[in-house]
Design a protein around this ligand. Structure first.
Ligand SMILES: [Zn+2]
Length: 258
């Protein structure tokens, strides 16, 4: 801003000299030529003082505009494992796509979101467990709702044990865990071998009948951001879970955000 004004004023001064000079050697023209540098100097003095009283556009967000959002989302204070500030999670809004709550490495939940398992999802889980039992399998729930703070501790424990790169393949950053939705559960056994057991195969074939999908399928690691987790199920309701199951797509693909 300051340089812009100065350049215009200096240019203006130069132009006034050029305009009166050609073919005009009267005393008036000479007077202009002598006065111009002084006028320019005076104007420059004013210009260099003015910016103090004129806020620049960069620091004057318009309320309700995109500029305002951009300012709010600037990292401030300590950074969380996602690279965003912890303060970001005070104000971030949950993302719904076609009415489906989507949480992944891109879409986050606010830190105060959730206070336990979603009642409808939990009831569906109990029906799934009953169905598994009927088929001869045990399907214990190993993990359900997790708060932001608990996920923060858990993730950092995994980083201590396995390093950040490996932890990122299987543990969510706080604010990015589907467990915070209250709609996700880990069942059966937390082991890759679970996929080869009768219980794991029953879960893969029947979870949608109870409203659940295997949220992190094999072969979709690049899209979901996580390794195959044959034990992690996400509640969507029977209709949608069945559609996603029959599509062969992961949730991001099905919702068109892959
Ligand atoms: Zn899980």
């Amino acid at each position: 801003m300051k340089n812009w004004i100065r350049n215009i004023l200096l240019l203006g001064g130069s132009i006034s000299v050029l305009i009166v000079t050609p073919g005009c050697t009267t005393g008036l023209a000479q007077q202009w030529m002598q006065d111009s540098p002084a006028q320019a100097q005076e104007a420059l003095m004013e210009a260099t003082q003015e910016p103090e009283a004129t806020p620049s556009p960069e620091t004057t967000p318009w309320v309700g505009s995109k500029e305002m959002e951009a300012v709010v989302e600037q990292p401030q204070g300590p950074l969380s494992p996602s690279g965003k500030s912890y303060a970001y999670y005070d104000t971030v809004e949950p993302t719904y796509i076609d009415g489906v709550l989507l949480v992944n490495k891109e879409y986050a939940l606010p830190s105060d979101y959730g206070d336990g398992a979603d009642p409808e999802a939990y009831q569906a889980l109990q029906q799934l467990q009953a169905g598994a039992r009927w088929a001869g399998y045990s399907m214990p729930m190993l993990s359900g709702y997790r708060s932001f703070d608990y996920q923060d501790e858990l993730y950092n424990d995994y980083v201590m044990a396995d390093g950040r790169d490996l932890a990122n393949t299987y543990s969510a950053w706080p604010g990015h865990s589907e467990h915070q939705t209250g709609l996700a559960f880990d069942v059966g056994r937390i082991s890759m071998q679970f996929a080869n057991t009768g219980a794991g195969q029953w879960l893969a074939r029947h979870a949608h009948e109870y409203g659940f999908i295997i949220r992190y399928p094999a072969g979709k690691e690049d899209i979901t951001g996580y390794q195959y987790e044959p034990w992690h199920i996400r509640y969507l309701g029977v209709d949608l879970a069945t559609k996603v199951y029959e599509s062969g797509l992961c949730l991001e693909e099905y919702l068109g955000v892959a």
